[in-house]
Design a binder for this molecule. Sequence first.
Ligand code: ASP
Length: 514
Amino acid sequence: MLRATGEVTARSPENVNPNIPTGEVELQVDELEVISTSPPLPFQLDEENVDETLRIRYRWLDLRRDKLQRNIRLRAKAVSIIRREMEGAGFVDIETPIMWKPTPEGARDFLVPTRLQKGRFFALPQSPQIAKQLLVIAGFERYYQIARCFRDEDVRADRVQELTQLDLEMAFPDREYIFGLIERTFSAVWRETIGEELPTPFPRMAYSEAMLRYGSDKPDLRFGLEIEDATEVTRGSEFKVFADAPAVRFLRVPQEFSRADLEKLEAFAKEWGAKGLAYIVYGEDGEPRSPIAKFLSQDELAAFRSEPGTTVLFGADRPDLVARVLGQVRLRVGGELGMVDESVWLPLWVVDFPMFDWDEDEQRWSANHHPFTAPTPDSEPMLEKDPGRAIAQAYDFVLNGNELGSGSIRIHRPEIQQRVFGILGITPEEQRSRFGFLLDALAMGAPPHGGIAPGIDRTMMVLAGEPNLRDVIAFPKNQAGVDPMSGAPSEVTADQLDELGMQLKPETKPTAGD
Ligand code: ASP
């Protein structure tokens, strides 16, 4: 870094450079001072494709790059607009504890041991869910917070372990009010940061329809390529795979795929749990080419008949698996064939989620949203009898195929909360020890309440057009959940462990270079 003092003079006409802002002037330096020096940089600020861990290792340099400067400043602006909108609507900003009881949001907890209570642990909040319900019960009828949440799960391009949410909750919630508030707030963010309009009101789609037509609970509506159902027409098919499958669905892709393309797609489908990927290719002559065509009846062939230059791709399995596989194939093919209209913003409310999902591995029900979500009045009587059919008063805010936030109307009656805990396999003793304080609060005149929590990191990723969440966070961990800059998480001394009454198992000793 240099400091130069001198007189600014006009450049002679032949030396004017119109391409730079200071191209018309020159500094006649009288005094030059070196303020600080630097070794050669580990990477140049205009260099592309620098290894991400190296970038995070020298984040103070990385953050000087135009793109990251823009992203971090954009984030500050967006959060400031969000705060203004929340406060304008009468929401009160209240902090909730970071070291507390676990909040179940479907991830593992980060635990914090404490010297004063050896053998006991705080959990970092997976979200402020329980705290915000208590605040509303306590009379803060509109609460919000830009809240940090911690979830110990695998890091992906669109998922970090330490995330930030716009967390909000209100008493006597009206779903329409919450939808309107989010629509206004996010429209203001889009308009005032990047000058784009989100089309309001956001359309709505039931979860079941989203799964059926798009194979996803966060459908990307920027392209068609909808999934079609063939379960009826394939009942009694001579192609055994179709006849025996609980669900048969297909995609009509406007492309004549080669055998090599189909092999790649089949391998991809298998990664998502498919046993195979049956297909019919309609070449330029319009004739079906497929190893399964000879097994198909006239009715079946009529149902699949497509334009020349089309490939029909099938999923035949359990409905949830078919949805997942074809949903992923749809996204991949849509992206590869350039079908996605990158110029549009297409938000969506996904509504009418199921209350519970059946967990095959654990052989038990788990909450689709979280255990505090209220069933619809119609579903209440069937909770125990038919948990798989119970519908939740839950909703997701989706934009261009990204889930930006989830929310729900909550259970405010303790007996319903106990019944839901029971279906989730939480015994009455466990209910007391884990959630006794919430049950007590619900029993003391809790108003109906509900809310939502859009993720700030995800929102920024979509707003800034970044494929990687870490590029909208000033100091992210890398993909292994490590901060290569500070070296966190780091080892602690034997004395520190001793004070906490803890000891590491020999096999968990950190290895060099971790
Ligand atoms: N606590 C929920 C979450 O973090 C959001 C909500 O229901 O308000 O996903």
